[in-house]
Design a protein around this ligand. Structure first.
Ligand code: HEC
Length: 121
């Protein structure tokens, strides 16, 4: 009985610590990723994540006439559209073209892209 008690006390303290450790590591990774994204340029992401191929170097010369011009678009709107295309909430015929690459960008990168796109003319 005493041993069982010791075990459960151990379990109560050791287990949460073991769970907390990976959480801390994940949080650290997330925070350093955010810092990296904040420091990085939306322009660099735009080229690196292939956006440039379909929307043109400055977001105003789409690959196909039916693709949208995104230069100067409102950042909050653009951010939400990108998230919706990624999640599938926005899934009309043309969104499928872009959805395939959205795994390349996380939420922080989407935000950085949206903020940069808004600055374009
Ligand atoms: C393979 C082609 C393709 C790629 C690559 C692509 N897009 Fe798109 N994008 C589209 C198409 C097509 C639409 C229009 C979707 C629709 O009709 O619903 C769109 C829509 C958008 C919209 C919403 C425009 C609006 O007015 O609602 C934004 C913002 C956007 N793209 C930004 C990006 C960014 C940033 C990237 C890079 C991470 C990217 N796109 C990569 C084809 C692409």
């Amino acid at each position: 009985m005493k041993r069982l008690l010791t075990l459960s006390i151990l379990g109560a303290f050791v287990l949460p610590a073991a769970v907390a450790a990976p959480d801390g590591a994940a949080l650290y990774t997330q925070l350093s990723r955010q810092a990296a994204v904040a420091a990085s340029d939306g322009a660099a992401l735009y080229a690196e994540k292939t956006c440039i191929a379909c929307h043109g170097p400055k977001g105003n010369k789409p690959l196909l006439p039916s693709y949208p011009r995104i230069a100067g678009q409102n950042a909050a709107y653009a951010e939400q559209q990108m998230k919706d295309i990624k999640s599938g909430a926005r899934a009309n015929g043309q969104a499928a073209a872009m959805a395939g690459i959205m795994h390349l960008v996380n939420d922080e990168e989407i935000k950085a892209l949206a903020i940069w796109l808004e600055t374009l003319k």
